[in-house]
Design a protein around this ligand. Structure first.
Ligand SMILES: Nc1ncnc2c1ncn2[C@@H]1O[C@H](COP(=O)(O)OP(=O)(O)OP(=O)(O)O)[C@@H](O)[C@H]1O
Ligand SMILES: [Mg+2]
Length: 313
């Protein structure tokens, strides 16, 4: 079973307008509304690959109900904790007359109390066990302690569950101390963790990955955008190529990668094939609009183009 956790979901609302300027009235030519948040995107991609997942986290108010409704329509199971306040709506205004000119408005999201964290912990513990994979991804509301992924990882590992964490900054730092099974930093996130600038060599990225392995993480996947990824665990390391695709939106490609890795592990797919699937799924995700998952048929086509280059032993 794969349980995704989204602490700060959102309704993503995209408005198309012409000649965007502040302080004036615009006629909106198109509106797209979607249930968003990194864990929710992971659940959607697992579902698109043919896997089963339960989406959890915090929701509030009528926006929260809309997200649940969207998941129901996709036949994705969910078990969110309801909190005071309203789940955020993030608005993207796309100026259709200027390519790539997007203005974003991101709400802070509702306040999460210690009691809410307690309720979520109890919910997750109900699902915990040796055959459960938990995926924690994305940022958390400002009111939540930065140790929250670390705290929950410790609790769930005690029950023999497998934990994946995709986070940055202090959230990642605290999570690493709890020794999650897998982390998936991108090159920026892993170099920032070590206070380095992003433009380091591949050898340095591998060394940084090894340092994180030494801290007790089982698998490190360093994603490198269109250059593919580096996979390290205690037995070996390899890298892959990136796949050439017609990219529409690379936002959420990391979520797609995490989804494929969780799906592959849950389905007992051999590790190298999981890596191939992760590269194909994430490249496929770049070809769709927004964070929409790729079709399984496309992933199965792209998987044939993934090459594995052993690094060590
Ligand atoms: N332009 C691209 N072409 C092909 N594949 C891509 C491209 N961008 C990303 N990918 C695939 O997606 C994976 C993850 O991308 P990236 O390293 O950008 O993740 P990320 O920064 O965590 O993304 P996000 O957090 O927005 O989901 C890459 O390892 C690669 O397989
Ligand atoms: Mg990411």
């Amino acid at each position: 079973m794969i349980v995704t956790v989204t602490m700060n979901p959102a309704i993503d609302k995209t408005l198309d307008v012409e000649n965007f300027t502040g302080g004036t009235i615009h006629r909106v030519t198109k509106v797209i509304q979607d249930a968003g948040g990194k864990g929710i995107n992971v659940s959607k991609t697992i579902h698109a690959l043919g896997g089963e997942t339960i989406a959890t986290g915090f929701l509030g108010g009528s926006s929260g109900r809309m997200i649940e409704h969207a998941l129901d329509e996709l036949h994705i199971e969910h078990q969110f904790v309801y909190i005071e306040g309203e789940t955020r709506t993030n608005v993207k205004v796309v100026d259709t007359t200027k390519k790539g000119f997007v203005t974003e408005f991101n709400e802070p999201g509702p306040t999460v109390t210690q009691r809410d964290i307690q309720t979520l912990t109890e919910t997750l513990e109900l699902y915990a066990g040796p055959s459960t994979i938990f995926v924690f991804s994305g940022s958390v509301p400002a009111s939540v302690d930065k140790d929250v992924y670390g705290f929950l990882t410790r609790k769930l590992r005690k029950r023999q569950s497998t934990v994946f964490v995709d986070a940055a900054g202090q959230l990642l730092e605290e999570a690493i101390k709890a020794k999650p099974f897998l982390i998936k930093p991108n090159a920026y996130e892993i170099t920032r963790h070590f206070n380095l600038s992003e433009d380091v060599s591949e050898e340095t990225l591998i060394d940084l990955g090894k340092e994180l392995l030494a801290k007790g993480v089982n698998t490190i996947v360093i994603s490198r955008g269109q250059e593919g990824a580096i996979f390290l665990d205690h037995q070996r390391a390899f890298k892959t190529n990136g796949i050439q695709v017609q990219a529409h939106s690379t936002v959420g490609s990391g979520d797609a990668m995490l989804a494929a890795l969780a799906y592959g592990l849950d389905a007992d797919i051999p590790y190298e094939d999981c890596a191939r699937l992760a590269i194909a799924t994430s490249a496929g995700a770049c070809t769709t609009l927004g964070t929409k998952p790729p079709a399984r048929e496309l992933v199965d086509e792209l998987v044939k183009d993934v090459l594995i280059y052993p690094l060590w032993p």
